[in-house]
Write a protein that binds this ligand. Sequence first.
Ligand code: NAP
Ligand code: MG
Length: 403
Amino acid sequence: MQKIPMKTPLVEMDGDEMTRVLWQMIKDELILPFVDLKTEYYDLGLLSRNATKDQITVDAANATRRLGVAVKCATITPNKKRMEEYPELTEMWKSPNGTIRSILDGTVFRAPILMDAIHPVVKNWKEPITIARHAYGDVYKSVDFYTTEPGTATLTFVGESGEEKSVVVQKVDGPAVWQGSHNKEKSIRSFARACFQYAIDTKQDLWFSTKDTIAKIYDGEFKKVFEEEYENYRADFERLGITYFYTLIDDAVARVIRSKGGFIWACKNYDGDVMSDMVSTAFGSLAMMTSVLVSPDGTTEYEAAHGTVTQHYYRYLKGEATSTNPTATIFAWTGALRKRGQLDDIPELAAFADKLEKAVLDTMKDGIMTKDLVGLVDEGFEAHAVTSAEFLSAVREHLEKSL
Ligand code: NAP
Ligand code: MG
């Protein structure tokens, strides 16, 4: 069989631990035999980040801006424990995802991968629900303090021109807690653009929710910016027959639960933090969740939502053939290859991505899956746990048949 050609390379960001092991297995078994793979390779493994003083992460993000599409392996974000585990670390390097997100000015979209034999806890959910979380500001960049005596708090803004704006927050008669938070119009606008762009790319409706009846100016600004930006995308939405829908967060929660799924739900920072855990848990497993970072200009970086699966890696180092689920990492690759295929007008490449995803789901349909999923399948469905390597070779068999 002739390998499927590529034009523009993908930015390939390698990572750490068990997912780094899976990364190589996926490439060897499912991609390199079929695709004439072109990538610009960046090793974001912890020691390589350390050796380059994290310059490699910045280089990888800049390469993504230049080439448009990246695929990333999970990486360790060092903490105190990791500093002990890796004594050669010269610094507690920042989260690579945070660094990349700020360079690409991106929004993260998380979506579950559904399979027939595993049903979401919410039984009417038939299609994935994608959560888009605004990743800047609000309570995550707020200041707060505690006061003990009666008194008054004011909120004051001093402009660079010297002009001041002030408002009384509250007068209290005893101990109280206070908080000051903000967001930037520019960040809200980037968030809105990424959401509209991603809705168009994936041909899904976009929902957005805030509490603008209470926070009239603060959340009102989010609502207003989304409405303004929508005008730039309206024609594309109408052409594709998709809709933009704004509602209050509490109404949104009720509608999401009653829905069939199949849309993107854009959330403010805190709402997205809470709701993405709820939605992903209700859909089943972190190992079946994909994640894509989308910047306002449409640049995309695909990855799995889970981490480096450290506990499995320690067992792998002892010689155990682990049953780690490679699905989300495979779907990161298919997401990136499909996007590259669309941008470079290589339909075979996009079709290959579809076939590879189908091969994964067909393998599971046969009851062949990793340990984490066996406990989640419907009663009566016969499933048996295999190792990651066995799972990948079963996927390859399905894939070869379909090509
Ligand atoms: P994790 O790697 O997601 O793993 C947590 C647990 O979830 C695992 O121990 C495993 O449970 C289960 N799990 C996750 N993915 C799985 C898979 N593909 N197959 C089977 N089981 C899976 O999270 P963590 O242990 O909290 O973090 C480990 C490292 O990952 C940390 O250093 C963190 O910094 C990093 N991290 C990176 C990213 C990223 O790069 N995007 C995201 C999150 C965390 P059992 O052990 O019970 O089988
Ligand atoms: Mg959280």
